[in-house]
Ligand binder design. Structure first.
Ligand SMILES: [Zn+2]
Ligand SMILES: [Zn+2]
Length: 241
């Protein structure tokens, strides 16, 4: 229903570029070609094979020092963009200000990074990072589920809703230090429908990766319930401080 509403809005209102405000020059999209070309997309080469972060002056794949130290539970992760400048604005507009009509643009970018960085044929099922009850109450939707469903459709893969749930309400991650973030998430997730993930390569869709600790926790729980591999794709990852 929500999807149909956003498509109707698309049809009724002329489309303007989300960044510069000029008319968008591509059908069904809300970023003009100029602004699109300036967005900070992550490179597809020279990235950590585990967390997907790029490093300057390195080619091919490597294991970054963070992944060597913290050993995230997911097998592979990649982000479409760096969470910076206009990309940060776009992701926040979608996440916090209900600009759901940006979905086609955002899913374009996620689809591109998945095709570049993962073996799409090996993905068995796509799930979304669950939002907390309070977030859903606040925003009225789970932005990750919205992205995950659309991405699954593009990739021709099954999307399974309500596979994961968040237990309780961990303290807001945004205000914590990096070390606190890593401990704050433990015991956060539960698996509601283990049958759909047992023995499967599961792709988790999330919006922003910061330290990766939330995704790692989520992946650990999926594996505890029998997932064979956990791959993560996010819209954006924050820059390292
Ligand atoms: Zn523009
Ligand atoms: Zn890494």
């Amino acid at each position: 229903m929500r999807q149909r509403i956003s498509e109707t809005l698309d049809f009724l209102y002329p489309r303007y570029c989300e960044v510069c405000g000029r008319p968008a020059d591509r059908p069904g999209r809300h970023f003009c070609s100029d602004c699109l070309n300036r967005l900070p997309f992550t490179p597809t080469d020279g990235c950590c094979r585990r967390c997907g972060r790029a490093a300057e002056k390195l080619d091919g794949e490597f294991l970054c020092t963070d992944c060597q130290t913290y050993r995230p539970a997911f097998d592979r992760a990649a982000s479409a963009l760096q969470f910076d400048g206009d990309a940060r604005e776009a992701v926040n507009a979608f996440k916090f200000r209900s600009r759901l009509w940006l979905r086609n643009d955002l899913v374009d970018w996620m689809e591109a990074v998945v095709r570049a960085r993962f073996k799409v044929g090996e993905i068995d099922v796509i799930v979304a990072m669950p939002s907390t009850f309070w977030h859903r109450l606040d925003r009225g939707y789970n932005q990750c589920a919205y992205l995950a469903r659309a991405l699954a459709k593009r990739l021709g893969k099954p999307y399974e809703p309500f596979v994961l749930r968040r237990k309780g309400n961990p303290r807001k991650q945004g205000r914590l230090t990096e070390e606190e973030r890593r401990t704050n998430v433990s015991g956060t997730f539960g698996v509601l429908r283990p049958r759909v993930i047992v023995g499967q390569t599961v792709m988790v869709v999330d919006d922003i990766m910061t330290t990766g600790s939330t995704l790692s926790e989520c992946a650990a729980e999926l594996k505890r319930f029998g997932a064979a591999k956990v791959w993560c794709v996010t819209l954006a990852h924050s820059l390292r401080s």
